[in-house]
Write a protein that binds this ligand. Structure first.
Ligand code: GTP
Length: 330
């Protein structure tokens, strides 16, 4: 089965990390997120993928010039302007001439979902589209779904108010869709699958959903992006990463952190629960906790960075104290 991966969003919540790099090209334990997503698909027998591109399409094409990602051949569709999640599916399906049932994935979700089981569930129910569901503690940031016993979706409510959610099961961002779904998507304007198409299909009683309780994480915010890295580091994913090679001074203390290739951690520095991309220079006595540093960041002696996100090439002067900040400021 063909899988279309949506990777065209601006990733505004992850700025400044996404200022120059699309979200799905950011590293999870040194490996671009898109490779984690595609490896998982390859493990489940998918043989070809498509990328629905919008923001910074060049970054993907330059990174995979031989036409393969994680071993799978890929096609691209580049939207002339942001079309939203459904508009992107319609545009790509037409560009790629998709005429059979296919998979759609939000490219910023990391999961160990049994994709084959979702496809089987879809076929057994003769559904028009089938959504993977995930149970979460706080569903208010997601699309909440209720179903009958057979999995037919009764209600699809995007981002219900806190405490007003009818269920804890949320749209996990992986779908099986029949080509007829494309005809439901209006042309040439931005359309959201979550806000327009799924609620309409729920009313038409053609939308189904399958519960899953496997590893699942939406990487859309800095906290979640950090968590995705630490989960991979702690071995919570089926696929285990090969960690980048970094230079850490013998007197530095590095705990529960991902240190990128060529990054140097100086004497008596402390780094905890943080992700440092490649080529960073961390000077003597620096403390970095619960933070993400993009490529080539330099941190001067004795600086402290806590719960903060630092963009590409930033220079943090000696002695600076940053708590819950982003640099550069948005
Ligand atoms: P934020 O700006 O932080 O909300 O992030 P985002 O732009 O990635 O939006 P969101 O997290 O809601 O997107 C979910 C998935 O759909 C991500 O994989 C996005 O890359 C993708 N996506 C969102 N909008 C578009 C679009 O207009 N076109 C394409 N091709 N993909 C999109």
């Amino acid at each position: 089965m063909f899988a279309l991966v949506l990777v065209g969003g601006f990733g505004t919540r992850l700025r400044p990390l996404t200022e120059h790099t699309p979200k799905q090209m950011l590293p999870i334990c040194g490996v671009p997120m898109i490779e984690w997503v595609v490896s998982h698909l390859a493990d489940h027998g998918i043989q070809e993928i498509g990328l629905a591109l919008g923001y910074r399409p060049d970054a993907f094409i330059a990174a995979y010039p031989d036409g393969r990602i994680a071993g799978l051949p890929y096609k691209v569709a580049v939207e002339p302007e942001a079309r939203g999640t459904a508009g992107a599916i319609r545009f790509a399906a037409q560009e790629m001439q998709l005429e059979e049932t296919f998979l759609v994935l939000n490219g910023d979700v990391l999961t160990d979902l049994d994709v084959g089981a979702l496809v089987d569930f879809h076929g057994q129910r003769n559904a028009e589209a089938t959504i993977a569901l995930q149970a979460v503690a706080d569903p208010s940031r997601f699309g909440v779904v209720t179903t009958d016993n057979d999995g037919q979706v009764r209600e699809f409510i995007e981002k219900p108010p806190m405490d007003a959610s009818p269920s804890n099961n949320i749209n996990a961002g992986t779908y099986v869709v029949n080509p007829s779904v494309i005809d439901r998507i209006p042309d040439a304007r931005p359309v959201s699958i979550e806000r327009e198409i799924f609620p309409e299909m729920a009313l038409a009683e053609t939308l189904y959903a399958m519960k899953s309780d496997t590893y699942w994480l939406d990487t859309g915010t800095p906290e979640q992006f950090l968590e995705a890295n630490l989960d991979a580091l702690r071995g919570r994913r089926k696929n285990k990463p090969t960690l980048p090679v970094a230079a850490v001074d013998a007197t530095a203390q590095v705990e529960d952190s991902v240190i990128g290739t060529g990054t140097h951690i100086g004497a008596e520095a402390t780094v905890k629960r943080s992700v440092l991309f490649a080529g960073c220079q961390v000077s003597k006595g620096v403390t970095i906790i619960d933070s993400v540093l993009s490529d080539d960041v330099h941190v001067g002696e004795g600086a402290r960075i806590e719960r903060s996100v630092i963009g590409l090439g930033e220079r943090i002067s000696a002695g600076t104290q940053l708590v819950e900040q982003t640099r550069p400021e948005p």
